[in-house]
Design a protein around this ligand. Structure first.
Ligand code: PBG
Length: 323
């Protein structure tokens, strides 16, 4: 027995534990991803993500105001269009669902929150890939970059503060930055999905997006086996002008979050994705873990690994607990 070596002294009461907590989670560090569905007149529940809905433009507006009142740090918008085509035209169309929703929220909220938008074609293409296809059916990197540039300008015009290129095309940050500069949007930032893995845990999200994807995204999203490659992706994005970098998924890739936080000199975000959300919801619904404790533990762990910002479908609920 070494009476002078008792770490448990620092765990004796809630007040003591609060005093010595090394990691904190603040509502301002949480970003709420939201879905808006073209033509919806009321919120449509997403079956695989209990508690998450596809919003109508009207319900989105209301939910966004509530989220900002709850103290969340930002909102990340995804659009679910009614019509899709081979080149994802809806993404660049100023009257496309995502751009309309951005306009709604910017006029409602101004600069009160940080408005972010997913910058990717998968929502808008009929084949469901994140880019356009060449004659042989492969995702054409450089042809896609040209569209990302136009989509970026459309989103900036619609009022997004931060654009989130999530398609994992090579050179996407540089292409988006160049297009924004050329159009005069020098203050519109880029939250780069730098290390985005090809994950089975995106399943519920693809349900929420009514994704038409056949096959997989392994020729552009990263192999779960690789860490060093993630650091290369981050370095490239930083060279190309990323204002923030992101790792996705979060919980299964905490080693990547940690390694990225060590090398990045910009804020690091991590996306707690749909499958990570659904797993905890399912376990809690089954009575296999305590829901609130599990959610807070998951957020704490993502922060502990080194994320400054966490995208999470629990952003509003967790903010209420953390206030
Ligand atoms: C693709 C995109 C994905 C997610 C957000 N944007 C993944 C994909 O379908 O490959 C996943 C988000 C989630 O699972 O919560 N643009």
């Amino acid at each position: 027995m070494f009476p002078d070596q008792r770490p448990r002294r620092l765990r004796t009461s809630p007040a003591m534990r609060r005093l010595v907590a090394e990691t904190t989670v603040r509502p301002s560090q949480l970003v709420l991803p939201m879905f808006v569905k073209e033509g919806a007149t009321e919120p449509v529940p997403v079956a695989t993500m209990p508690g998450v809905v596809q919003h109508s433009r009207e319900s989105l507006r209301k939910a966004a105001v509530e989220a900002v009142e709850a103290g969340v740090g930002g909102l990340m918008l995804f659009g679910v269009p009614q019509h899709k085509d081979a080149v994802g035209s809806g993404g660049c169309d100023p009257n496309g669902v995502l751009n309309l929703a951005l306009r709604d929220l910017r006029s409602e909220l101004g600069d009160e929150t940080v408005l972010m938008s997913d910058l990717c074609l998968d929502e808008f293409t009929d084949h469901g890939h994140c880019g356009v296809l060449d004659a042989s059916g492969r995702v054409d990197n450089d042809a896609t970059l040209e569209i990302y540039g136009r989509m970026a300008v459309a989103q900036a015009e619609a009022g997004a503060h931060l654009l989130g290129p999530s398609g994992m095309m090579d050179g996407q940050v540089a292409a988006v930055r160049a297009a924004l500069e050329e159009a005069g949007f020098t203050d519109t930032g880029i939250l780069a999905y730098s290390a985005k893995y090809s994950s089975a845990f995106y399943g519920p999200f693809r349900d929420a997006m009514e994704s038409s994807l056949q096959g997989d995204r392994r020729t552009y999203q990263q192999d779960p086996a690789n860490l060093r490659e993630a650091l290369r992706e981050v370095r490239l994005d930083l060279d190309e002008g990323a204002d923030m970098v992101m790792v996705k998924p979060a919980m299964l890739y905490l080693d990547v979050v940690h390694a990225v936080a060590e090398i990045a000199d910009v804020p690091v975000a991590a996306y707690q994705i749909s499958g990570e959300y659904a797993m905890i919801e399912a376990a809690a619904a089954g009575g296999w873990c305590d829901r609130r404790t599990a959610i807070l533990e998951s957020l704490s762990s993502i922060r502990r690994a080194g994320a400054d910002i966490v995208l999470t479908y629990w952003a509003v609920e967790a903010s209420a607990w953390l206030r």
